[in-house]
Design a protein around this ligand. Structure first.
Ligand SMILES: CC(C)c1onc(-c2c(Cl)cccc2Cl)c1COc1ccc(-c2ccc3[nH]c(C(=O)O)cc3c2)cc1
Length: 232
């Protein structure tokens, strides 16, 4: 049957994509990636600054997700805490797939590889970055996929999962239609996008172990990261 995006779905996508593009790490923060100290400590500090800035940007972005601010306040926090790592994997994946002209891609990879993360997490992490790059997602798909990740109903401590599910369904429906319209030659494209969300869950578990290993080596995080990741 003819797949058609309705007027209100178009308006929804416009709001989400504009918010996604508006809320980015400030360039003066991102530029710090180019600083010339490359010790493990320096890399960890820089990545901590990136993550902290990224969480601030993420909080602002979620306020623009239609319906998010109407959710129970505690559920809003539970969704943010539960999706922060996954949203940051998606956002940092863009830096790798966009091949930034400012050389940030190379230095970000270098700093991640030399920041005290153990080898066992490097492979799945960079396989993920590669698999996202191969999708060649357009910005609408990136914005909607991040929104779907944030609106995952079964995060820990979410009370009204139904309300979150209704919001997520709305976004899933328009993303599915967009994939059919954008990739008529690849009927599996939408399924492949959702497959990345499964991979993100696995990475999120690896990430919990990364945090533990950093902590036993007495690495310090910022108050915002401690709050969102329940550490210290
Ligand atoms: C607390 C730190 C050490 C940390 O712990 N886990 C991760 C961690 C790791 Cl490595 C991997 C994945 C997820 C997390 Cl959450 C991190 C570092 O997290 C980030 C690293 C980079 C970026 C990021 C996002 C967008 C960007 N744009 C630009 C630009 O140049 O425009 C640079 C940039 C950097 C975001 C989070």
């Amino acid at each position: 049957e003819k797949v058609e995006i309705t007027k209100e779905q178009q308006a929804l996508v416009k709001v989400v994509v504009e918010a996604y593009n508006r809320h980015q790490i400030p360039q003066d923060v991102a530029k710090k990636l180019l600083q010339d100290q490359y010790s493990a400590e320096e890399n960890f500090l820089l990545l901590t600054e990136m993550a902290t800035s990224q969480v601030q940007v993420l909080v602002e972005f979620t306020k623009n997700i239609p319906g998010f601010l109407s959710l129970d306040r505690e559920d809003q926090i539970a969704l943010l805490k539960g999706s922060a790592v996954e949203a940051m994997f998606l956002r940092s994946a863009q830096v790798f797939s966009k091949k930034m002209p400012n050389g940030h891609t190379e230095v970000l990879e270098e700093r991640i590889r030399k920041s005290g993360i153990s080898e066992e997490f490097m492979t799945p992490m960079f396989n993920f970055y590669k698999s996202i790059g191969e999708l060649h997602m357009v910005e609408e798909e990136q914005a909607l996929l991040t929104t779907i990740t944030i609106l995952t109903p079964d995060r820990p401590y979410v009370k009204d999962q139904q309300a979150v599910e209704r919001l997520q369904e709305t976004i899933l429906d328009v993303l599915r239609k967009m994939c059919v319209l954008q990739h008529p030659q690849d009927p599996q494209y939408f399924a492949r996008l959702l497959g990345r969300l499964t991979e993100l869950r696995t990475l999120s578990h690896y990430h919990a172990e990364m945090l533990t290993s950093w902590r036993v080596n007495d690495h310090k995080f910022t108050p915002l990261l401690c709050e969102i990741w329940d550490v210290q």
